[in-house]
Write a protein that binds this ligand. Structure first.
Ligand SMILES: [Zn+2]
Length: 517
């Protein structure tokens, strides 16, 4: 097939809808980075420095530094300050991805508020005995020993810390984004004289390898370091949230108290069936049953899975149930009739949370889609991941005139899909590469004939363009026999759980007097 004509130019409403989209993306990126522990979110972590910094790591991701002020007798001074700093970081992350903020005190509450007018300890002030804590984030390629050395820790102490940590934490498993809280302080005079250097020494290193575990390595009174850990017990609970969509599903679900992880899963499981830029209209509804993990103080700390959800779009109910296939042991989402919700091709082959709000476009029929338009446009910020909408083999990955950076995937004898205006391709992607449904093949851009970042998406049936949003595609498989019987039992169970689970946003619902589902 030849590429005689490029896609149409972008329409004004695409640009108008961008401010909202960028906001959503920023929020999502910040939370995503905090949750996944990859380096992706680091740039969005505010750079705050206060107090002195012995390593002078200017420009490094020193996300929090606070002078230590007071502690209870229950914990050594270094441990208290270090845990407080870590808990603050965790609480910040929790506030971003969850709600409500912790209602019960955490370790962080033991640290008194620092009066901003009080100047932090000056390292040159020999009279100062206040420990200093700083939280540093590992960046790609960093090692813990390198990080400690850079922070000014003596090499003998670095080795002692690593040796103490070894039984509790595999330092080879360190990932970009992992935070370490270092506490420095001066030794009592006698010890200081014995150890030689008069500068501050490393009192403790604290880390939180997972939501459930706190590890601290502390300096012993007689020198040397010892490590200990606190393991928290998390309880999995089932929650339910309901809401009316007046912008995007993402915004409405967030407002209703659905955790970020569950929203991402919700969008993903519906992306086979729903065009998140066009199918969502004001007044559409969602009802979602999901699990999440709470700490022993009743604070939600970790997202779980979506068990059951119903999107009601323009009056049409679209329920999905999570079900583990008894023979294949695969987890999937099925509609009420036991049909796998997956399709051969996705309707939204892009991160649905980053799309600009959909329903507003319907209000502007005059600015509606160009009749000659051969594809579907999804307005999203540059860099938004684009997915292969189905399994297949890459036919073209290169520059194609007005299409800019262009990828075409051949799915079977009949269907192909094409993706245009990319800012870049996924690493290693070229003609002949086999791709799976949902695999990232490139990133949104505005290359070629385009006036703003968007994905131009085409579906070809027997090399003729068809409407990607209305084409009747082969659906997933229908359960049968014993699998169907098992599904029906699970569906009945989930329906009962749904009825028995109070809404997490029930108070908000009453206040706004919104109809219950
Ligand atoms: Zn287009």
């Amino acid at each position: 097939m030849t590429l005689r004509s490029g896609p149409h130019d972008q329409q004004p409403w695409l640009l108008a809808s961008f401010a909202m989209s960028a906001l959503v993306m920023t929020a999502f990126a910040a939370v995503g980075g905090a949750m996944s522990g990859t380096g992706q979110g680091q740039s969005s972590v505010p750079l705050m420095t206060a107090g002195w910094n012995p390593s002078n790591r200017a420009g490094r991701a020193s996300i929090e530094t606070k002078p230590y002020v007071a502690a209870t007798a229950a914990y050594p001074a270094g441990a208290m300050a270090a845990f407080a700093a870590l808990d603050d970081a965790a609480a910040q992350a929790a506030v971003m991805r969850e709600d409500p903020p912790p209602a019960t005190p955490t370790l962080g509450a033991f640290v008194p508020q620092v009066d901003p007018k009080v100047t932090p300890a000056d390292p040159s002030d020999a009279e100062s005995a206040e420990p200093d804590t700083q939280t540093v984030a590992i960046e790609r390629g960093d090692t813990l020993s390198g990080l400690l050395s850079e922070a000014g820790v003596q090499s003998s102490d670095v080795q002692a810390v690593l040796a103490a940590l070894k039984p509790l934490y595999d330092i080879a498993s360190i990932k970009a984004g992992q935070n370490f809280t270092l506490t420095f302080g001066r030794l009592p005079n006698a010890q200081e004289a014995a150890s030689g250097p008069s500068g501050p020494v490393l009192l403790s290193v604290a880390l939180k390898p997972s939501i459930e575990r706190d590890i601290i390595v502390e300096r012993s009174d007689g020198g040397g370091y010892k490590a200990s850990e606190i393991v928290k017990t998390l309880t999995e609970r089932t929650d339910r949230a309901y809401g009316v969509i007046n912008g995007s599903l993402y915004q409405a679900a967030l407002a209703a108290g659905v955790p970020e992880g569950a929203i991402a899963e919700l969008i993903r499981i519906y992306s086979y069936d729903v065009d998140f830029q066009r199918d969502i209209q004001a007044g559409d509804r969602f009802d979602v049953l999901f699990t999440r993990y709470y700490d022993d103080q009743g604070t939600p700390v970790k997202s779980g899975t979506v068990l059951h959800a119903t999107l009601t779009l323009q009056g049409e109910r679209k329920p999905l149930y999570r079900f583990t296939h008894p023979d294949e042991q695969t987890v999937d989402y099925y509609n009420a009739h036991g049909m796998n919700g997956k399709r051969m091709l996705m309707k939204t082959p892009i991160d649905g949370a980053r799309l600009s709000s959909g329903f507003g476009m319907r209000r502007h029929p005059i600015l509606g889609f160009n009749k000659m338009h051969k594809g579907t446009d999804f307005a999203a910020p540059t860099g938004t991941p684009i997915m292969a909408s189905g399994n297949g083999v890459v036919e073209v990955a290169g520059w194609a005139g007005g299409y800019g950076r262009y990828v075409r995937v051949k799915h079977d004898g009949q269907y192909k899909t094409a993706y245009a205006h990319m800012s870049r391709f996924a690493r290693g992607l070229k003609a002949g590469t086999r791709v799976r449904q949902g695999q990232v093949i490139g990133y949104v851009g505005t290359s070629g004939r385009s006036t703003g970042p968007h994905l131009h998406y085409e579906v070809l049936a027997n090399n003729r363009h068809v409407d990607s949003q209305s084409v009747k595609l082969p659906t997933g498989t229908l359960l049968a026999g014993a699998s169907m019987a098992a599904f029906k039992a699970e569906k009945a169970r989930l329906d009962d759980v749904l009825k028995a689970t109070p809404l997490v946003n029930a108070v908000a619902q009453r206040q706004t007097n919104t109809a219950q589902p």
